[in-house]
Design a protein around this ligand. Sequence first.
Ligand SMILES: *Cc1c(COP(=O)(O)O)cnc(C)c1O
Length: 391
Amino acid sequence: MNTKEVIAQYDKYVMNTYTRIPCVIVKGKGLKVWDLDGNEYLDFFPGWAVSGLGHCHPKVVNAVRSYLKKIIHVPNNYYNMLQGKLAQEIIENSFEGKVFFCNSGAEANEGAIKLVRSYGNSSGGRYEIITMENSFHGRTLTTITATAQPKYQKDFEPLPAGFKYVDFNDIKAIENAITDKTIAIMLEPIQGEGGINVADQVYIKALRGLCNRKDMILIFDEVQTGMGRTGKMFGFEHYGILPDIMTLAKSLGGGLPIGAMVAGKKFTDVLKPGMHASTFGGSPVVCSASLAVFEAIKKEGLLSNTVKMGEYLVGKLNELKKKKSIIKEIRGKGLMIGIELTVPGKEIVEKCFKERLLINCTHDKVLRIMPGMIVTKKQIDRAVEILDKVM
Ligand SMILES: *Cc1c(COP(=O)(O)O)cnc(C)c1O
């Protein structure tokens, strides 16, 4: 089949829920991908950070390949060899507690919401969760409700009750929104979809204090910021506090679908047998991929590369900003970087694609750049050269 035929097949049989670029990707290696016509692209936006180690990282490929030969799926009414091992790895790299495995970011957030609802119901009938304007927490009915962006909600009312929205980075707004029904505050340490908005240090410290005083649960949605993206294994580490619950997905599986909800020790026994489940959750093949991701990040020094390359990229982009009046601001942490423009970014993304550079635009005017953690200076130079030309 050629590109046209593949697209025609989608048009006929696949629900039209995505705006797609007319490009059939057939192969990936590191930061490079190839389409069906043999064109090579430099990927600076690998699946919303899913391929955080680059495409087809050899450690992930080998781990998956060797496990596939043993068994593919082990149901959760038995034990498998890797689920406990991966949970241990996550806990030892984050905070004391326990893990629930599922298959996506939305599902991890659903699990977190169910956990806090259950805890709240047994501690004074509290159920309200406060989330942030411009947040993004997924596409299930409850997670679009947590997502305080009307564009994701408007076609699907009535929405589940119990959510309240406040401005991001505004501690006063939260203090005013809290009632005797409030059980949790949920946020991304860096809003991805919302335009790469970084939470302030004082704000996060104040949230932690507030949750401690009022026995409320602090949930960090680290679906996009987790697994080294920001230069630390998890985004919360930038703030010198611990969340009570953290959700993960995206790059956790090195490209394979996995989600995790991590609860601190006070909340590990809220969900009891029968209260929550996921058929595929923590299956050994995806766990083997995820264990390989942790190993690669540690053994290949990818956190320090992320910090170094992030600084290099931001430096280059700030130089570019001096030349281009359409660049308003460069922001982010590690390799999670936003370029806020004074104009819509759609056309720039399309022109970059024609120059064989893959990036993204979110929130209309913010170019989102998140190359794999293995990125090199040479690749950054090339990407910035293309941005320069296109702008
Ligand atoms: C992508 C994303 C989600 C949703 O993850 P899915 O795997 O698409 O369900 C949730 N929260 C954040 C912060 C995300 O970036």
